[in-house]
Write a protein that binds this ligand. Sequence first.
Ligand SMILES: Cc1cc2nc3c(=O)[nH]c(=O)nc-3n(C[C@H](O)[C@H](O)[C@H](O)COP(=O)(O)OP(=O)(O)OC[C@H]3O[C@@H](n4cnc5c(N)ncnc54)[C@H](O)[C@@H]3O)c2cc1C
Length: 597
Amino acid sequence: MAQDLKFHEFDAIIVGGGGAGMYAALQASSQVPSQGSSGVQKVAVLSKLYPMRSHTGAAQGGVAASLGNMGEDTAEWHAYDTVKGGDYLVDQNAAQILADDAPKVIYDMEHKGLPFSRTEEGRIAQRKFGGHTHHFGEGPVMRTCYAADRTGHLILHTLYQQCIKENVTFFNEYQVIELLMDGTVATGVAAIRIADSSLHIFTAKAVFFATGGAGRVFKVTSNALANTGDGAAICARAGIPLEDFEFYQFHPTGIKGIGVLITEGTRGEGGILRNRDGERFMERYSPTLKDLAPRDMVARAITKELLAGRGILGNNKIDDFVYLEAMHLGSDTLKTKLPDVREFCMTYVGIDPIKSPIPVHPTAHYTMGGIPTDINGQVGYSGQKYEGLFAAGECACVSVHGANRLGSNSLLELLVFGRRAGIRLKDYVKGAEARKIPQSEIDKARKTYADLLDRKSTGGKVSSNIGQVYDKMQSLMSAKVGVFRNEKGLQECLTGLAEIKEEYKGVKIHNSNTDYNYDVLRVFELGCMLDLAEIVTEGALARKESRGGHAREDYPNRDDENFLKHTMAFLDTTTKQVRLAYDDVDLSKWEPKPRVY
Ligand SMILES: Cc1cc2nc3c(=O)[nH]c(=O)nc-3n(C[C@H](O)[C@H](O)[C@H](O)COP(=O)(O)OP(=O)(O)OC[C@H]3O[C@@H](n4cnc5c(N)ncnc54)[C@H](O)[C@@H]3O)c2cc1C
């Protein structure tokens, strides 16, 4: 079906209106008179959601920075914890920047109006979070700044207000479906306007992806419906590799069955995990940090307890659960510091954590890998730079999380690298020529959309049901590529995914409306996730070691000799096969050591 196209031209297009996209837009747009610099006049943010509905708004627990408001702390300790927490797959120069810039971005947010919770003296309040320590691992430190358990929500509000003030142009409810390149130079994007299904081509000197994570690939997840990894898949389809994509974080405490997150802040405030014998089992797995060990360790510990029959039901299954006790924290703490946690428990489980323990098990939570960037958000790896292409936030891999992200380092990453990339974007665009999108790229976008619309059927037999196909992918990924993985399961997953991809080809769209036709968009998103699921699984199969969030039952040890390297997974643009290459890790500060907590 031929589509009428609508054309737009901007200096910079930012895809994504979450924390990373909006902070970058703000930096690229804002005028700084004292430094004599002016912002880029034409920055547009494209977002498939109204920006305030981005997943950043769901972030509860907080954002890390070594302010030292509640005990001694240093950026050096923060950087070290980040490197060790990531099981040494972290680029250490990037981790140092993350830690060094943290106080600056927190104070910037404070000055822009973010209402942080306060200490009695009026300073920004901080709490403990998993894997954050003082004196290089001696004990937990209070490093995570918070605004009750609504930190992300308030970051999003603060940034949106400021973007409006700086006249950033928003294209809300526009879903990007293609990145348009000229060789290795970004020239623009194609997007569907959801309100009327029209196809729009945006030409820009720079394209910036800030499209968030891909948690919906898994069945039990803390992620919002929109977290389908579109940006990563779109880049992979344009020939750009995804870095370390096999590393997926399972958060230890999702509400049993549904995976809705209970923030690590609950344990940061003193919450305790217990098995069916009432035992505080984390003392066995992590004698020093106990319940506040890094997430990969706690998720594995819970899974081991469940499989050993020490879950609350004692059925030896991973869908059993353990208890997270917060009753001893008292009603005041729960009501003032964790009000949303309490409300989630009452809404979803019908219990009040002031009186009863919370039933939890691991939930798919965070995409550690992503679009490879340098420390200024420019996309590329050692073999190739992509001109005019930027990324930041959860869709990107800079890489500060390595094999396992520490809690509260993600909101920090949005701020530190969203900001840096926004500043670089501003300079880049000033010196760049206007772009022309090759006709072949426009034709490609038109075809991608026409193929989606061709699935609209006016009736007749349903060959594949999108809900069933979606569910099969999620169930398969959770069963075979979850907290523990092995060769047999991963092979079975690849076979299963190939079958599901065939079924996907037969998915029809039965909604013929042009206004807000979410069926078309869901089909597009499912296609993205199927590509990503394959990239995760191929990477996991090839990585014959256990490191951070990637735990292989058949290769239980970390193997620095063969696998202390970043995976670069390419999706062949014609065959759709995954090809793996590898790149060096920056180890400029600390020698890899065994990870003991
Ligand atoms: C429940 C929950 C709690 C969390 N709590 C914390 C915490 O306490 N501390 C912490 O550090 N981290 C936390 N995290 C992680 C952190 O919130 C996320 O990693 C982070 O907010 C991601 O921000 P982002 O800007 O990269 O993307 P998002 O906020 O997810 O935004 C993505 C944006 O991209 C847009 N988009 C996506 N695809 C397209 C497309 N095809 N076309 C157009 N637009 C598109 C969306 O509309 C959206 O605006 C939490 C995560 C979850 C799920």
